[in-house]
Design a protein around this ligand. Sequence first.
Ligand code: MLT
Length: 253
Amino acid sequence: MKLHTRTAGTGPPLVLLHGFPLSSAMWLAQRAGLAEGRQVITPDLRGFGGSKLGDDEPSVDAMADDVAELLDALSLDKAVVGGLSMGGYVTMALARRHPERLSGVILANTKASADSPEAAENRETVAQSLLDGGDLLESVPNLLGTTSLEKRGMVVGRVRGLVGAAPAQAAAWAQRAMAARPDSFDTLRALNVPTLVIVGDEDKLTPPGDAEAMAKVLPDGRLVVINRAGHLSAIETPETFNRAVSGFLTEIG
Ligand code: MLT
């Protein structure tokens, strides 16, 4: 599947994969703040933003193959690839299926464990309800941390807008893809490139414990915990997020 992509800057490539149920629009502050001497490539994962959904069975593998195809189309052998939450699941699928395409990895507000049977069942219920006209915004509580909910009105409004733009078909497909994803701890143990793990201390969906568990098994991992950020740290605290990413990219050259 050919992915619609927003790109900023020129230089060594950094690919950023968005969370659920958002689009490349979530990376506005990263395209603005990280593109100095670098090419920041932010695709819309299939079904979201400007990308078509297609008719493949739901899987994070299909989403990862799309990203590998995007690298082919851009004639890039390798890139630093980062993903937030669902984008992190896709990044781990990429590490499993196309490890040779990665020169570094960023895993933000995500986790390596698979869904419990209950969580997977709940995703199926949500997928069905979305296809029946259910409210997507109601199905994604806890995207933002307490500080953002209380003090960052612009962030709250922006996230509502981003979620509101997601097509129900794509959101249902992605819920099923996430429900079917495997455990990725072995993938992380085998990951032989520098990896940055980021989490917000107010993240209720993938709390700091999930980030610590990933950092612990990574052969070349480092962990940054961002204060006063929730699950959407890149949107909630963009300067701190960008500083962590810049520092990592400088470190790995
Ligand atoms: C996301 O932000 O991408 C979702 O919270 C991921 C998930 O539902 O596991």
